[in-house]
Design a protein around this ligand. Structure first.
Ligand code: PEP
Ligand code: MG
Length: 577
C-alpha cells in the first residue's frame, strides 16, 4: 500500500482498478534507409492494415450511427485509394531514400495544407481527414494501438499524465469511476469534466502515478486530494464507510433538489448549472437546476473534425434550450485557446496561450467563426429565455465591438426574414482582473455579469490554473480574489444589474455563506453539486451572512477563510468531511 497526495479536483471517493490512458506521440523523424524495396513493402502493409481498420469502423458506424455519420469513413477510404496521394508517398521513399513515417507525414501535411488554403468549409474538413488517415497509417507503421482507450472494458479509475478536452471525448463515461491525473489542478478541464459527471478526481499527483500498472486497485479521495495505491483491507474498509456516508448525504439532498434555495429569512437565490451539451442539460434538470448559468459551447467544436455550421449549431442550441423551456440559459460564445485547443483551426502556437488570442479575442478577429455562432444562438433563442455571454472580456472596447457584431447579425437575420430572439440579454464573464477593476464601467454596457473564478484566480494570482505546483495560489478562496468578487458584485448592483458566478467557487459548500453575504444573485455549478448547495442555503440566514462575509474578507489566507466558515457554520464542515 502506498499513498500519494495531489490537488483535490472533484469531491468524492471511488475505489476500483486503475486504467492507464496513454497518449503516445507519433515519432515521424526523418531517417535514411538503404533498402527502398523493403520500405515500400512495409508501407504497403501499413496501408492495407489502415484500409482494413477503416472498413471495420465504417461497418460499425453504419450499424450504430447510420449512413450519414458513417460517410466520413468512406471519405477516409477514398484518401487511401487516391493514386496521387499514394504515389507521392512512394516517390519520396524511392527518390529520397527516406523512411515511410517521414514520407507519409510530410506528404499528408503538404496535401492537407493545399486543401486548407482553399477558404471553404468542405476543403478544411478534407484537410483534417487527410491528417486523420495519415495518423492511422503512422500508427500501423509503428504498431501502436488504435486509441488510448483500447482495453477499457470494466469500470475503472482513469490514470493519465493529463487529459485534453478532446481526449475525454474518447472515453466511454459509463466505464469511468474517477480520475487520477499526474498534472493539472482543481480548475483544469479534466477537473471540470469530472465535476460535471459527479465523479471524484485528483490532479497534480506527479509522475509516480503513471508507473502504476493498469488493473492495480486504487482509492481516489477527491475531497482530500489523496490516492491510495493497492490499499490494505483495513484502509479500504475505512474508505468504503466514508463512501457510504457521502452517498447518503447526496441521496438526502437529492430528495429536495427541486425545491428553491431560499434562506431561513426568505431570500431566494437562483441555482443553475454549468453544462456542455444536451445530455448534461437533462442531468442538470434531474439535479434541480433552475436553468443554465454557463453553456460551454466549445464542446460542440471539440468533438469533431471541422467547424460546426450555423445550422448544426442552431440544432444543438435549440435542443438544449428546449430542455429548459422558458427558464434562463446563458450561452457562452466560443472560448478556445488556453488549454482548450481545436486542432482543425490550425491556430499558430503561442508562447503563453492563456495570455494569447483566446476566446472573445479570437472571435473578434474571426467573424467567420463568431457570426455563425451568434446567428445560430439568436435563432435558437426564439420562444426561450436565451442570454448571450462573452468570455475573457478585458476592456470596454471588447464588449462594445462584440455587441456591434450581435447587432450586425440581428440586422442580417431581419433582412433575411429569419426569426430570432430580439430581446436576448447580453452579458460578460468577469474573469480577467482588468474587467473586475473597471466593472463599474462595464456594468453600464451589459445586462449581467457572471464571475469566472477559475480564470479570475489564475490571472489575479499570476498562477497557471493547470499547474499543480501553484495550485495553492490559483485558489478562489484567496483574499485578493474574494475582494475582487465583492467589487464586481457591488459595481453591478450599483447599476441595478444582476451578477452570477459560473466559476467553480459557486459550487463550493464553504463558499456559499460568503457569496450569499456578498449578495451574489445566481450560482452556476456542475449539476451534481446543486442539491447540496441548495440544502446549505436553506439552512442559512442571509443577514447573518453579511457579517460573516465581512469577517472572511478581512482574513489573510484561503485556509484561514475556510476554517473560519467551518467554525461559524459547523454543519457545512460535517456534511463535506
Ligand atoms: C472560469 O474561468 O471561471 C470559467 C467558468 O470558465 P472556464 O473554466 O471554462 O474557463
Ligand atoms: Mg474561464
Amino acid at each position: 500500500m502506498k499513498k500519494l497526495n495531489g490537488v483535490a479536483a472533484s469531491r468524492g471517493i471511488c475505489i476500483g482498478p486503475a486504467f492507464q490512458f496513454l497518449r503516445i506521440e507519433l515519432n515521424t523523424e526523418k531517417k535514411d534507409i538503404i533498402d527502398t524495396d523493403a520500405e515500400l513493402i512495409r508501407l504497403n502493409d501499413a496501408l492495407n492494415s489502415a484500409k482494413n481498420q477503416i472498413e471495420a469502423i465504417y461497418q460499425k458506424a453504419l450499424v450504430e450511427a447510420g449512413e450519414a455519420d458513417a460517410e466520413i469513413f468512406q471519405a477516409h477510404k477514398m484518401i487511401l485509394d487516391d493514386p496521387e496521394f499514394i504515389t507521392a508517398i512512394r516517390t519520396r521513399i524511392e527518390n529520397e531514400k527516406i523512411n515511410s513515417e517521414f514520407a507519409v507525414s510530410e506528404t499528408a501535411k503538404s496535401f492537407a495544407a493545399t486543401m486548407a488554403a482553399i477558404e471553404d468549409e468542405y476543403f478544411a474538413a478534407r484537410a483534417t481527414d487527410i491528417m486523420d488517415v495519415a495518423n492511422r497509417v503512422l500508427r500501423a507503421l509503428m504498431k501502436i494501438a488504435e486509441s488510448p482507450t483500447e482495453g477499457l472494458h470494466e469500470p475503472s479509475i482513469i490514470v493519465a499524465d493529463d487529459l485534453t478536452p478532446s481526449d475525454t471525448v474518447l472515453l466511454d463515461k459509463s466505464l469511468v469511476l474517477g480520475f487520477c491525473i499526474a498534472q493539472g489542478s482543481a480548475t483544469s478541464h479534466t477537473a471540470i469534466l469530472a465535476r460535471g459527471l459527479g465523479l471524484p478526481a485528483i490532479a497534480g499527483v506527479g509522475d509516480e502515478i503513471i508507473k502504476v500498472l493498469s488493473g492495480t486497485k486504487l482509492i481516489v479521495d477527491g475531497t482530500k486530494g489523496e490516492v491510495v495505491i493497492d490499499p490494505d483491507t483495513q484502509t479500504e474498509q475505512i474508505y468504503r464507510q466514508r463512501l457510504e456516508t457521502s452517498r447518503n448525504v447526496q441521496t438526502e439532498a437529492l430528495k429536495f433538489a427541486h425545491d428553491v434555495a431560499q434562506t431561513k429569512d426568505g431570500v431566494e437565490f437562483e441555482i443553475v448549472a454549468n453544462i456542455g451539451n444536451v445530455e448534461d442539460a437533462k442531468f442538470a434538470v434531474e439535479n434541480g437546476a433552475e436553468g443554465v448559468g454557463l453553456l460551454r459551447t466549445e464542446f460542440l467544436y471539440l468533438e469533431r473534425n471541422s467547424l460546426p455550421t450555423e445550422e448544426e449549431q442552431y440544432q444543438a442550441y435549440k435542443a438544449i434550450l428546449d430542455v429548459f423551456g422558458d427558464r434562463p440559459v446563458v450561452l457562452r460564445t466560443l472560448d478556445v485557446g488556453g488549454d482548450k485547443e481545436i486542432p482543425y483551426l490550425n491556430l499558430p502556437k503561442e508562447m503563453n496561450p492563456f495570455l494569447g488570442e483566446r476566446a472573445i479575442r479570437l472571435c473578434l478577429n474571426r467573424p467567420d467563426i463568431f457570426k455563425p455562432q451568434l446567428r445560430a444562438a439568436l435563432r435558437a433563442g426564439v420562444g426561450h429565455n436565451l442570454k448571450i455571454m462573452f468570455p475573457m472580456v478585458a476592456t470596454l472596447s471588447d464588449v462594445r465591438v462584440a455587441k456591434a457584431v450581435v447587432e450586425e447579425c440581428k440586422a442580417e437575420l431581419t433582412a433575411e426574414s429569419i426569426a430570432f430572439a430580439r430581446n436576448a440579454e447580453i452579458g460578460i464573464m468577469v474573469e480577467i482582473p482588468s474587467a473586475a477593476v473597471v466593472a463599474d464601467q462595464l456594468a453600464k454596457e451589459v445586462d449581467f455579469f457572471s464571475i469566472g473564478t477559475n480564470d479570475l484566480s489564475q490571472y489575479t494570482m499570476a498562477a497557471d490554473r493547470t499547474n499543480p505546483k501553484v495550485a495553492e495560489l490559483s485558489d478562489a478562496f484567496q483574499p485578493a480574489v474574494l475582494r475582487l468578487i465583492k467589487m464586481v458584485i457591488d459595481a453591478a448592483h450599483q447599476e441595478k444589474k444582476w451578477v452570477g458566478m459560473c466559476g467553480e467557487l459557486a459550487g463550493e459548500p464553504l463558499a456559499a455563506p460568503i457569496l450569499i453575504g456578498l449578495g451574489l444573485d445566481e450560482f452556476s455549478m456542475s449539476p451534481p453539486f446543486i442539491p447540496l448547495v441548495k440544502q446549505i442555503i436553506r439552512n442559512l440566514d442571509s443577514q447573518d451572512m453579511i457579517a460573516l462575509a465581512q469577517g472572511a474578507l478581512a482574513l489573510e489566507s484561503p485556509k484561514e477563510i475556510q476554517q473560519f466558515v467551518k467554525k461559524e457554520i459547523p454543519f457545512i464542515g460535517e456534511i463535506i468531511s
